[in-house]
Design a protein around this ligand. Structure first.
Ligand code: MF3
Ligand code: CO
Length: 259
């Protein structure tokens, strides 16, 4: 049936076990990379740390080679929103650094992103970083079997626009699991009660993207880096989650360290 292109995939219990492991590794790597973000480090060094840890965990960097993407992470600084290519850039005090990474482990994938402030963080930047995380949490609160994609979109848009942030239109969250991008697309703007209904067992990458200015973005000449058109700073926060009968379980959570 040709309708399969838009059908939201549901993961089997066995697929979910592997998905949890992939997401746990992604989260563990993210925690380490986030902790390494400090003045003087290059974005390439952060990428190399991620690549090494993904390999040590038995995984494969899901972004590397995806549509020709050259690295294991996307690292996007200040007015860069997403898809920044790691390289010789040196992190300096006051930067806000988005790290986005994907892990494939035993055939299943996890996707996670954080935006990390490097001290001294500007007040308006700190408020934006808190808001993008709150927007994710608000989205997670509306997720359950039977909820609509538009419920997520509306939760993110209403919270962020009420506080005056720009909400990016051109890039969206997505289903994830057997592939990096699966149905449905999950816009960060839209109408509650609209769009496809979420089945229990669906796995989603929910990823609000907001700015201190307008919502317009553009792609740089490197064909990857997405920046705000007005040069305003911006933030991105993402977790891979599981839709359950009663709610939303965040999968990109690191295992608890043994005491
Ligand atoms: N995390 C991105 C997403 O959710 C994927 C980055 S694109 C890649 O779509 F090419 F870098 F993989
Ligand atoms: Co994603």
């Amino acid at each position: 049936m040709s309708g399969g292109r838009h059908k939201i995939p549901v993961k089997s219990p066995e697929e979910l076990r592997r998905m949890r492991a992939a997401c746990r590794l992604a989260a563990t790597v993210m925690d380490a990379v986030a902790a390494a973000v400090r003045p003087g480090i290059t974005t390439r060094a952060l990428d190399e740390l991620a690549e090494r840890m993904i390999a040590e965990g038995g995984g494969r960097p899901a972004f590397k080679g995806y549509r020709g993407y050259p690295c294991s992470t996307c690292i996007s600084v200040n007015e860069e929103l997403i898809h920044g290519i790691p390289g010789p850039r040196v992190i300096v005090p006051g930067d806000i650094v988005s790290v986005d990474l994907g892990v494939e482990l035993n055939g299943m994938l996890g996707d996670v992103a954080r935006t990390i402030g490097v001290q001294p963080v500007r007040g308006d930047h700190a408020r934006m970083l808190a808001t993008v995380e709150e927007a994710f949490a608000a989205a997670c609160r509306v997720v359950r079997a039977g909820a609509r994609v538009g419920d997520i979109s509306h939760a993110v848009q209403s919270l962020c626009e009420a506080r005056g942030y720009g909400v990016v239109r051109d890039y969206v969250g997505h289903g994830i699991g057997r592939q990096l991008h699966e149905p449905p697309q999950i816009p960060n703007f839209g109408t509650a009660g609209s769009g496809p209904a979420l089945p229990a067992g669906a796995t989603l990458a929910i990823e609000p993207m907001i700015t201190l200015g307008g919502h317009a973005v553009k792609v740089l000449a490197d064909q990857w880096t997405v920046v705000t058109q007005d040069g305003a700073a911006c933030a991105h926060y993402e977790n891979t989650v599981l839709v359950t009968e009663t709610g939303c379980e965040i999968l990109t959570v690191a295992a608890k360290q043994p005491e």
